[in-house]
Design a protein around this ligand. Structure first.
Ligand SMILES: C[S@@+](CC[C@H](N)C(=O)[O-])C[C@H]1O[C@@H](n2cnc3c(N)ncnc32)[C@H](O)[C@@H]1O
Length: 282
């Protein structure tokens, strides 16, 4: 068992000690994020939303996790050096494109991101900001803008943490209420990721674009919607230790409740919104 002070254990699964995200950080979670990456890519038919110059020479991926996004981008842009930073990077240590470097670091440490001002042509961050408290998010955005070159691009891809549906459903409402309770307990703001244009503009990142992408969850939404079902099952599984007590259910009750959620994914036409925001540093 790891003695890394950043890691904590609960119900036999490994978690990041201080991360407000509340999901495990272990091998099966690496797999979950890998399949999430490919599903997200399939849904969007791309890895990045902002137009990027062919001549881009440096890119930072903040909270790079398993590094899959970076490794795909490194193959698409062989002339660009990609740097990933994560509290606990899960990227391959040796077998990866040569133009990738994975650093270990805490973007919330006193020193912030361990890079000089204006170091990167592009800074990318995905699925990281939603799990930061508002004050940490402010600090992180300051840091991201600081390390981006003038004229460089910033792109942030984040989920809306609420599950939406065309018609209301009891289980989906219970899920959202429990989720909001958990988010509030951790000091997180459920609306933080909904429009990041203003926070970027305030930091001198102009012509910021925000795209809302609604992803169907359930077979009602065709092949992509069907592929979201195992992802949703994964979330309900990893969140079980946290959701079950908030919902006031025992283990058997939770299993039945999950089944109810799956029925409502189809009947109520559930979907999740994601946001991609990008702009250019002036
Ligand atoms: C949900 S994962 C997303 C990973 C990756 N960006 C992706 O899209 O697959 C969030 C990542 O942020 C990292 N992270 C969270 N807090 C961090 C911090 N303070 N400093 C550095 N990385 C952090 C976590 O370790 C985790 O790998």
């Amino acid at each position: 068992m790891s003695t890394d002070p950043n890691l904590a254990w609960m119900d036999g699964r490994r978690y990041l000690q201080d991360e407000a995200r509340q999901v495990p950080k272990d091998n099966s979670d690496v797999d979950r994020w890998t399949s999430m990456h490919y599903l997200w890519k399939l849904a969007n038919q791309k890895n990045h939303f902002c137009p990027l110059p062919e001549a881009m020479s440096s890119c930072l991926d903040v909270g790079c996790g398993n590094g899959v996004w970076m490794m795909e981008m490194a193959s698409a842009f062989p002339g660009c050096h990609f740097v990933g930073i994560d509290l606990a990077p899960e990227a391959p240590t040796t077998i990866h494109p040569r133009n990738c470097t994975f650093d270990t670091g805490d973007f919330l440490s006193g020193a912030g991101l361990p890079y000089e001002d204006e170091s990167f042509d592009m800074v990318h961050m995905r699925h990281v900001l939603a799990w930061q408290t508002p004050s940490h998010a402010d600090r992180l955005l300051d840091e991201i803008v600081r390390v981006t070159k003038r004229g460089g691009r910033i792109e942030i891809q984040e989920p809306d943490t609420i599950l939406r549906s065309a018609t209301p459903g009891i289980h989906l409402t219970q899920y959202n209420n429990a989720w909001i309770t958990l988010m509030k307990q951790r000091g997180l703001d459920i609306g933080l990721t909904r429009d990041l244009r203003e926070p970027l503009l305030q930091r001198g990142v102009e012509a910021s674009y925000c795209e809302r992408i609604s992803n169907p969850v359930g077979r009602w939404g065709g092949p992509v919607g069907g592929l979201w079902i195992p992802e949703a099952a994964g979330v309900l599984k990893v969140m079980r230790p946290r959701l079950q007590p908030v919902l006031g259910l025992d283990s058997v009750g939770y299993d039945g409740w999950v089944e109810g959620c799956f029925n409502e994914f189809e009947r109520c036409r559930a979907y999740m919104d994601f946001y991609a925001v990008w702009g250019t540093k002036q």
